[in-house]
Design a protein around this ligand. Structure first.
Ligand code: NAD
Length: 473
């Protein structure tokens, strides 16, 4: 099939390359000339395993090309839209200007019978509005939200967990129709997408046809659920910190309940990235617009818990350095918001590094993939590519991204010989505390007991006991 992909960022570049790899003829369109130049050379403008080889193969075979000109989409019959929908400046709502711009550009390129496929994450109700804008072009709009995970984007695109396709449905007034029955154009569009995604469907990927609103909501509801699960265990970490309990053991025991599961149940410094934070805020803002703010008010709490976790490593570092980080040397291991990515959008670790710098610490940041992006976002910090070099002379080491390079490949004995003080704060609970303690380190985890927190718990118990005994007397 002839496919265009409008917007070639994390989602669109991977989607374009993946579509070419399964036999389609693809043109990717982006307004960013530099991005288009790099993609045309087969080089992804961001770190994503397997993407470069997919790009190179697609370009070499002639089935994949990139352009800044939206008119290049004219030959295509299926047009994916994957432009960004960031948080609006000064508001929690999503900024839909890129989406509106992409639809305007497409209106000059689409023809009767074409299918326009929205993939961007949008507030519920957006697809209906875009469909009205496209009316008159003869093209049918469908909404096909994307669930890919950065770092696994190629695999997730070629072999997704599920495909959700929101199509136009018959109105309530249509005689004898069940609610949600696709219109004839909707049926046809769903059939075309079945063809587009035939290889995944053939290997058992469920293909779920819904109305627009349900498809839009599946995406934001999924992200709201994941964010809630992370903030739930982080709230438990806060309780653990005041009681001497160990949130890692707690999560392990909880996760063994098949109804709960272990995934997304790791306490740490919270979620970040270009999706979860802005998606839960946009969801809340949209629900409030719809007069249903009460239904998702808990997402504000989820967001607050998440942001609050960024205080913890700062407090631990301050405590470890006897009350002030000013003038002290802190090495931050990680900058990307998660491993296998160079994305630093709303990265909790980088945010913490900048806070420590703001408090006067000499902060050195290292990361296997994200240094360039981190430097652009926070030019005030010092960056060192070599991990061991970054560790030299540190008085506190802070792990903020659970790269294998830190969780498995960092030997506490060897690291201990490089730093000046053996204090490590494990913002992702990804190190083995006993091997670090055995090597002489003061180890602090998130929601995990330390010698200091145990002492605080014991003295609180003594106070409680005195209060109870006093009351009994
Ligand atoms: P991104 O910022 O990396 O990419 C967006 C791209 O769109 C940019 O390259 C930009 O130049 C381009 N663009 C903007 N306006 C354009 C226009 N009028 N015509 C052509 N190109 C235009 O964003 P992203 O991370 O790829 O996210 C895109 C959408 O996908 C968002 O709605 C996001 O929430 C959603 N999403 C992202 C992921 C992810 O992991 N990154 C996963 C699922 C869903």
């Amino acid at each position: 099939m002839r496919i265009s992909v409008i917007g070639c960022g994390y989602l669109g570049a991977v989607h374009a390359a993946a579509m070419a790899s399964i036999g389609h003829e693809v043109v990717g369109v982006d307004v960013d000339e530099e991005k288009v130049r790099r993609l045309s050379r087969g080089s992804a403008p961001f770190f994503e395993p397997e993407l470069d080889s997919l790009l190179t193969a697609g370009i070499a075979s002639g089935s994949l090309r990139f352009s800044v000109d939206p008119r290049e989409a004219r030959d295509a019959t299926v047009h994916f839209i994957s432009v960004g929908t960031p948080q609006q400046a000064g508001s929690d709502a999503a900024d839909l200007t890129h989406l509106d711009g992409a639809v305007s550009a497409l209106m000059a390129a689409v023809k009767d019978g074409d299918i326009v496929v929205g993939k961007s994450t949008v507030p519920v109700g957006t697809a209906e509005r875009m469909a009205q804008r496209l009316r008159g072009t003869g093209a049918t709009l469908v909404w096909n939200p994307e669930f890919l995970r950065e770092g696994w984007a190629v695999k997730d695109t070629v072999d997704p967990d599920r495909l959700v396709v929101g199509v136009p449905v018959l109105g309530d007034d249509a005689a004898a129709s069940l609610p949600g029955t696709p219109t004839p154009e909707g049926e046809r569009a769903a059939a075309v997408l079945r063809e587009v995604f035939a290889p995944a469907i053939a290997t058992g990927t469920p293909f779920l046809v819904t109305d627009y609103a349900t498809a839009e909501l599946v995406k934001v509801a999924a992200n709201a659920f994941l964010a809630t699960k992370i903030s739930f265990i982080n709230a438990m970490a806060e309780i653990a910190e005041s009681t001497g309990a160990d949130v890692v053991q707690l999560a392990d025991a909880l996760g063994r309940d098949a109804r709960i599961g272990h995934r997304f149940l790791g306490a740490g410094i919270g979620f970040g990235g270009g999706c979860l934070p802005k998606d839960i805020r946009a969801f809340t803002a949209r629900a409030e617009e719809l007069g249903r703010g009460d239904a998702v008010r808990f997402l504000r709490e989820v967001d607050e818990i998440n942001l609050r976790r960024r205080d913890r490593p700062v407090a631990l570092a301050t405590e470890a350095l006897s009350g002030s980080v000013h003038g002290r040397r802190i090495t931050v291991l990680g900058a990307a918001f998660k491993p296998h990515s160079d994305d630093v959008r709303d990265s909790p670790g980088l945010h913490i590094a900048a806070r420590l710098h703001g408090l006067g610490a000499h902060v050195t940041v290292t990361d296997p993939a994200a240094l360039e992006n981190a430097r652009r976002a926070h030019p005030e910090l010092s960056y060192v590519a070599d991990r061991d070099h970054a560790l030299r002379g540190a008085e506190v080491v802070l792990v903020v991204t659970e790269w294998d390079d830190y969780r498995h490949a960092l030997d506490p004995e060897r690291a201990g010989a490089l730093v000046s003080v053996k204090t490590v704060i494990d913002g992702r609970n990804c190190l083995d505390p006993s091997s670090w303690r055995t090597a002489g380190w003061d180890y602090y985890g998130m929601g995990r007991p330390s010698v200091r927190s145990r002492a605080a718990v014991r003295s609180r118990a003594a106070l409680d006991d005195r209060a109870v005994s006093g009351a009994l007397v």
